[in-house]
Design a protein around this ligand. Structure first.
Ligand SMILES: Cc1cc2nc3c(=O)[nH]c(=O)nc-3n(C[C@H](O)[C@H](O)[C@H](O)COP(=O)(O)OP(=O)(O)OC[C@H]3O[C@@H](n4cnc5c(N)ncnc54)[C@H](O)[C@@H]3O)c2cc1C
Length: 532
């Protein structure tokens, strides 16, 4: 039997109260099922929400290994019940079952209205998705070599969308069966992607996989909207919630997934209203649900490749020949991680060098020597998370004192979890074979043994796609307000084109400010449209 493992622990199995079951009974249908009956299986497109009145159900992976059991007052389902994604697991009755089946659309409306139920159900769905990401052999199987750019892009897409996945690197000697699967496939037909349920795609784009899994909507070749938001991080999602709830026809596109950098944060401790902290994936999952509730359209993966300012409508072109004509555009494309300036870095990326520390990486690194590079809070959070998962963590940073760049509470956490801190340490070279790191050499010449490296070196703005349409500062961040000679504080040098969040020159690089700017931008969009 395969079990999810530490550091987060198995997902909680919350139960519903008698009054919550009564509410569900009014809206759903009470059904029975016999032992051995399959309620849904891997690859299915749809299933209702199921609350158990009596009996028991086992959840199995594709190979039939048991992951967890749910009993009376428990409920079945995970995030795919809301997103419409293909099912990753199979549910089999293990004790005669009486359950309430509630249609997915009905559940969605109920979650909007019933706060306490929404808390129980959403938290469980999010925790279950995190746990599924840690179960090997579940979800997508991506088969392709590390040297294939398309394979690495597919992995990045799946990871940033928090999809459970297994990667079979066909260049690794220890998996000859994987190499056999792609014999005869040229670069254009890589990677081979096997979907839950058994179908296969050769050389698909992230969009094709996304659609095959039932995630995200397909856009028409040309769309016309009031407000186009480019980027679905906290700023974009903030704008989506306020734009859609205040009557603007709002479309949000993102080149990878929903949630942006915040989705990669293990624990956001400084977001107002969450005194115990909240994981980035929970915060963004909640924001996405909220945006959908107000009918904002969220479309991924659609990367913006150009902006053509117009009179009345601006046109943003997307990859794959789509174009959106919008009365106002909000650029919320944030920033991307800075890479380490060393040779052969790409040989290690995705295998032993990472830019985020999530459950799969924590599992990979248990009892291994790990270096986290960077002096900011994101590096501190990752170091603590990996150390809690059992890794032997060293934090390398280039200043004399970590307190210059990291919050005090995190410096204390590093001590508490036994993270070694090395000041004035910069990496000059990586050493290893087949993408597996063995050691690093520091600029001073010292060689240190590490099996994994996590890089948190700050970020570069995602603005190259804008060409010279919108004025930017020396580092590429977008100028707004007085710096752009614009009428209001978030407007760029192009009237009707706004910028919010990390992509904006001078912004505070924090979740709360990004959300606030996204919301604020909507007011400015209203004013702009009214003036026209
Ligand atoms: C590991 C980590 C931990 C963090 N911890 C904290 C914390 O504890 N507290 C805190 O306040 N802040 C934290 N931050 C910072 C916070 O996450 C950011 O300030 C915030 O996410 C910025 O939001 P944003 O919407 O402006 O941009 P982003 O979150 O960067 O989102 C931008 C989005 O735009 C998309 N995009 C980019 N280019 C294109 C394009 N051409 N077309 C379409 N889409 C595009 C990207 O895919 C991305 O989804 C952390 C960041 C990281 C990386």
């Amino acid at each position: 039997m395969q079990q999810p493992s530490s550091p987060v622990g198995p997902p909680p199995s919350p139960t519903l109260s008698a009054s919550q079951l009564a509410t569900l009974r009014e809206l759903g249908e009470e059904r029975t099922a016999e032992i051995g009956e399959v309620l849904y299986r891997v690859g299915d497109r749809e299933y209702p929400f199921m609350a158990i009145v009596a009996g028991e159900v086992a959840i199995l992976d594709a190979a039939g290994n048991e992951i967890v059991r749910h009993g009376p007052a428990g409920f079945l389902g995970e995030l795919n019940l809301l997103s419409g994604q293909t099912v990753f697991v199979t549910a089999v009755v293990t004790e005669p079952l009486r359950y309430i089946a509630v249609d997915r659309g009905v559940l969605r409306s109920l979650l909007y209205e019933d706060g306490p139920l929404s808390d129980v159900v959403l938290s469980a769905f999010i925790a279950r998705r995190e746990a599924l990401q840690r179960v090997q052999g579940l979800g997508l199987e991506i088969v392709g070599p590390h040297s294939s750019k398309a394979t690495m892009r597919m992995l990045e897409f799946a990871r940033s969308n928090r999809l459970p996945l297994t990667w079979r690197d066909t260049e690794r000697a220890d998996d000859p069966a994987a190499a056999a699967l792609v014999v005869g496939l040229d670069e254009t037909r890589l990677p081979l992607v096997r979907l839950p349920g058994g179908s296969e795609l050769q050389g698909p784009s992230p969009g094709q996989v996304s659609r095959a899994l039932g995630i995200g909507r397909e856009l028409a070749p040309r769309e016309e909207v009031d407000l186009l938001v480019v980027g679905a991080g906290p700023a974009g999602l903030g704008a989506a919630v306020y734009g859609a709830s205040e009557g603007l026809e709002t479309l949000v596109v993102d080149g990878t997934g929903l949630g942006g950098q915040a989705g990669a944060s293990r624990r956001i401790e400084n977001y107002l209203g969450f005194p115990a902290g909240i994981s980035g994936s929970e915060l963004t999952s909640r924001a996405v649900t909220q945006a959908r509730k107000f009918n904002a359209r969220l479309a991924t993966p659609y990367r913006a490749v150009s902006l053509e300012p117009g009179n009345g409508r601006h046109v943003v072109r997307l990859e794959d020949d789509h174009e959106i004509a919008a009365r106002a555009v909000l650029i919320a494309t944030g920033a991307q991680y800075r890479r380490l300036p060393v040779d052969d870095l790409d040989q290690y990326e995705g295998i032993s060098v990472f830019y985020a520390a999530g459950p799969p990486e924590a599992q990979l690194c248990g009892a291994e020597r790990v270096a986290v590079v960077g002096g900011g809070n994101s590096a501190g959070q990752a170091a603590v998370w990996l150390a809690r998962g059992g890794a032997l963590v060293t934090l390398l940073h280039r200043r004399a004192d970590l307190r210059e760049t990291m919050s005090d509470y995190l410096v204390r956490e590093l001590e508490r979890y036994g993270v070694a801190v090395r000041d004035r340490s910069e990496i000059a070279a990586l050493h290893g074979t087949d993408g597996q790191l063995e050691a690093v050499t520091l600029k001073g010449g010292e060689r240190l043994r590490f099996s994994f490296l996590f890089l948190f070196l700050g970020a570069l703005p995602c603005t190259e796609w804008l060409g010279d349409t919108v004025a930017r500062d020396g580092d590429g961040f977008i100028l707004t307000g007085t710096a752009a000679d614009a009428d209001n504080l978030l407007e760029t040098t192009v009237p009707g084109v706004f910028a919010a969040g990390d992509v904006r020159s001078g912004s505070t690089k924090r979740c709360a400010t990004a959300v606030g700017e996204g919301a604020w931008a909507v007011q400015l969009v209203h004013a702009h449209l009214a003036a026209r």
